[in-house]
Design a protein around this ligand. Structure first.
Ligand SMILES: O=C(O)CCC(=O)C(=O)O
Ligand SMILES: [Fe+2]
Length: 345
């Protein structure tokens, strides 16, 4: 594996303090960040550090359960449930070294909440946090709608969490500790490089548990082409790291950038974090019947369901091509391990 090339890029830090009085200023900061690297961090949000700590404790309590208990809420293609080493990215062709549990607001969660007999407070804690993540997301949606010249509630209506068919997802993530004595395996990542296919993603991380890296430069949402110069993402405690997803890139006629990102497996004994890494992502996914088209009509009009279907199709097509390439390289016929998980990202 060639050594990664790194460069410093400054990731804007945007305060949401006094949101109602500062909407215009916040909108121009968000639009600028979206037009450049597509990543920014939010500070002074309505989610406090103790609330973030509490949801991480809830997440840890889930992942500490035995696999057969977690297996009572298995992943389904409605994008809910628990998977372990089940997500293969087209960029790597091998499974991410992680497990995750995806939660939604509506009917897709029927039978997918871990039983209260296993974790009594899990569901109310997760739902309270999801409501807060949605509230922060709606502030961003309002600003991005204004920035694009849409009505203020344009994106908010398309991501209505009170609808039973709402598709938005809170994903709890647990990347496994890496053994320093075992030589690193080529092409293994905690999360392989990818772009998210939602509108925008809110990412909660724990200080000291580094690994997130970004690779800007993508010009069109339909392209899988990726550059090779990466930047490590830093954040302050309590900040929410956000990124634009493919849906908003498409909905803005490629003006806002959905940037490739990954979570590198540790390799540097001094600087990298080798312990178990926990993170939490909130993906704003469109309702199935909302209508998507940018202000200049660069792409044909599609529904939310159609957009997601095509994103998954592109993803699986690219994955098949990568697995074929790996098979040819290894000169053998078998399928790569694991099965592809159709997750939001
Ligand atoms: O865990 C992280 O820091 C990133 C996760 C991510 O990019 C994803 O799940 O889409
Ligand atoms: Fe992602």
């Amino acid at each position: 594996m060639g050594a990664t090339k790194y460069t410093d890029r400054s990731i804007p830090r945007i305060s949401l303090a006094e949101f109602d009085n500062r909407i215009d200023e916040i909108t121009s900061q968000l639009v600028h960040a979206a037009e450049t690297d597509g990543f920014f961090s939010l500070t002074d949000t309505e989610i406090s550090i103790p609330e973030i700590d509490a949801i991480f404790a809830t997440s840890e309590s889930f992942f500490a359960l035995p696999d057969d208990v977690k297996g009572t809420v298995p992943f389904t293609h409605n994008n809910v449930g628990w998977e372990k080493k089940g997500q293969i990215r087209p960029s790597t062709g091998v499974a991410d070294q992680k497990e995750s549990y995806q939660l939604q607001f509506g009917q897709n969660m029927t039978d997918k909440w871990i039983s209260p007999s296993a974790l009594p407070d899990f569901k109310p804690s997760a739902q309270a946090f999801m409501a807060k993540a949605q509230s922060v997301s709606e502030k961003l949606m309002l600003c991005f709608a204004r920035g694009l010249g849409f009505p203020d509630d344009h994106f908010i209506r398309a991501h209505d969490t009170s609808r039973p068919d709402c598709q938005s997802v809170l994903r709890l993530l647990h990347y496994f500790a890496v053994d320093k004595t075992v030589p690193p395996q080529e092409n293994f990542y905690r999360a392989g490089a990818h772009a998210d296919w939602d509108l925008l993603t809110l990412l909660f991380q724990r200080p000291g548990e580094s690994g997130l890296e970004i690779c800007p430069g993508r010009e069109a949402v339909t392209s899988f082409g990726m550059g090779d110069t990466w930047t490590k993402v830093d954040f302050a405690p309590g900040d929410i790291v956000c990124n634009i997803g493919d849906l908003l890139m498409s909905w803005s006629d490629d003006r806002f950038k959905s940037t490739f990102h990954r979570v590198k497996a540790p390799t540097d004994f001094e600087r990298d974090y080798w312990g178990p890494r926990y993170s939490i992502a909130f993906f704003n996914q469109p309702c199935v019947d909302c209508v998507i088209q940018g202000p200049r009509g660069k792409y044909p009009e599609v529904t939310g369901a159609e957009f997601t279907r095509r994103a998954m199709e592109r993803n699986f097509g690219a994955l098949r091509a990568k697995q074929e390439e790996l098979r040819e390289k290894m000169g053998e016929g078998g399928e790569g391990g694991g099965k592809a998980v159709a997750a939001s990202a």
